[in-house]
Design a protein around this ligand. Sequence first.
Ligand SMILES: [Zn+2]
Length: 70
Amino acid sequence: MKAICIRCWNPDAVVNMDLDGTCQFECRECGECFDRDEVRAALDAMRKGWAKLLAWADAYPQEEEEPAAA
Ligand SMILES: [Zn+2]
């Protein structure tokens, strides 16, 4: 899986490493640039957001896979 832009989240966007400019990574799709810390912060925020939803889904009562024939 390739790196996805943390600004537009477009899976088809190409993110370049820009070692000459002021920004570290630049998205060809939206033109936004960002650095490593911003990537980590964005991923951490996404993980935290999903953690709540996943925990809730895990705790949600599941239907029996094979209903007891009665
Ligand atoms: Zn982008």
